[in-house]
Design a protein around this ligand. Structure first.
Ligand SMILES: [Fe+2]
Length: 427
């Protein structure tokens, strides 16, 4: 049973990752036929507001082609739209939890640094972390030089054996951990265990504890961030090489010992929430996939409140005079792309497990409904509605033997209300 569960979790993660990487949103030349969920009202900042985004995968070498571009080809524009949106929402600063670029070539980092420079000039400080796509060919030393103004020069302390650092501001200690420090040959190679999974050296953990002790003694609230996910059970599985975090338990125990309430990560490309005792983990989604989301955290003396948010690309495109029709109508384009994706996958699966035309339409409606609800964070509320749709039974019949069957079942069974927002009470 446990193996079955693990297998499903791994399949889920892999599919989610593939979906995002495939930039699963084909362009739609036809008229809109989906309803774009309205952006909810977001209250003005109460206390300190922080924005967290992840996996920008900036790639100036991959630009929109033809009339049918994929969303990831707009990485330059979406990075600009994110920076503008976070400022507009009143964020005091922005944390980027790694995979800043799509492969660590110097000109890709240089392109991002240009954008961050403008954001800082506009009043939005940014703190970055390396992910598994950020180093090689650039080295750790290069990375710290590129991002000197985005964490490393301002650091209260830097770890000597990784790109981890700590910043103190606004009553917070930001413990920024380089969980992917192995990827281009860790600074301290003797302690690096391999090249495909996350690891923190003993010396980094000792440095982190020094920081945590300092925060405790000085009454600072610690927020910890790293690229790799910390709490999901699947990360303990060595076979799951892209997600395995060798000493995740040690880090989780250390954070709990110092009563750190929240660990921020990315990497998985899906929005997710985990909890172990009083330690919460928020996984911020891939910027280049539906729904172009990021995280907003409001912090006051008593609580930390998380709100998922969607970059208003349309507003940014209008403000900056973009001429691309896709960018000016981005939310609708993206929503239609999700619809297309649902139809294409049902059509593909029904080649092996045939459905009538009507069943195929209804199965696609069901697929779209579940996907849309999941990505909006509302699936926990809509589970019963989803399961009562006429396309539910035909979908699972058609998806028999395909990972999508396990995946949608898993989504329906596990969707958590926290994906729509949560509040942590500070102790
Ligand atoms: Fe990653």
């Amino acid at each position: 049973m446990k193996m079955h569960f693990m297998r499903n979790k791994i399949i889920l993660q892999v599919i989610a990752w593939l979906l995002c990487f495939a930039g699963f949103l084909p362009g739609c030349a036809h008229a809109a036929r989906t309803e774009v969920p309205a952006l909810p009202e977001i209250p003005p900042p109460a206390g300190l507001r922080i924005a967290v985004a992840s996996d920008l995968h900036l790639n100036p070498d991959s630009r929109p082609k033809g009339s049918n571009p994929a969303q990831f080809e707009f990485s330059l524009e979406l990075a600009d739209a994110l920076l503008s949106d976070a400022k507009r929402q009143g964020a005091a600063f922005l944390i980027l939890t790694g995979d800043l670029v799509n492969g660590g070539k110097p000109h890709r980092h240089a392109a991002l640094v240009q954008k961050l420079k403008k954001a800082e000039a506009d009043g939005l400080p940014v703190y970055v972390l390396p992910g598994n796509h950020d180093l090689d060919p650039i080295t750790q030393t290069d990375f710290a030089e590129f991002y000197a103004d985005y964490g490393y020069d301002e650091a209260f302390s830097r770890d000597a054996s990784s790109l981890s650092y700590a910043v103190i501001r606004d009553g917070l200690l930001l413990l920024m951990l380089d969980t992917a420090g192995y990827s281009a040959g860790a600074i301290n190679l003797a302690e690096a265990p391999g090249d495909t999974h996350a690891f923190l050296s003993d010396s980094t953990l000792r440095w982190a504890e020094t920081m945590l002790r300092h925060a405790k003694e000085n009454g600072l609230l610690t927020l910890c961030a790293g690229h790799y996910n910390l709490l999901p059970a699947m990360n303990r599985d060595e076979e799951n090489s892209g997600f395995y975090f060798e000493n995740a338990d040690k880090l989780a125990a250390l954070l709990k010992k110092y009563e750190v309430p929240l660990y921020l990560s990315g990497h998985a490309h899906t929005r997710a929430y985990y909890r172990q005792d009083d330690l919460h983990e928020l996984v911020t989604e891939y910027l280049l996939g539906y729904p172009t989301g990021y995280s907003i955290l409001d912090i006051d003396d008593e609580t930390i409140r998380y709100m998922p948010w969607r970059v208003d690309v349309d507003a940014w495109a209008a403000e900056t005079g973009q001429t691309s029709k896709i960018l000016r109508n981005f939310a609708q384009w993206q929503q239609d792309g999700l619809r297309d994706y649902s139809e294409e996958n049902v059509r593909y699966m029904s080649e092996r497990n045939p459905l009538s035309d009507r069943e195929r339409r209804e199965a696609a409606d069901f697929f779209y409904y579940v996907m849309d609800s999941y990505w909006q964070g509302t699936l926990h509320d809509r589970r019963e509605t989803a399961e009562s749709l006429p396309g539910c039974e035909p979908f699972f019949r058609c998806a028999e033997g395909y990972a999508y069957g396990w995946w949608l079942r898993e989504l329906l069974d596990t969707a958590a209300p926290e994906l729509q927002g949560f509040t942590i009470t500070r102790r």
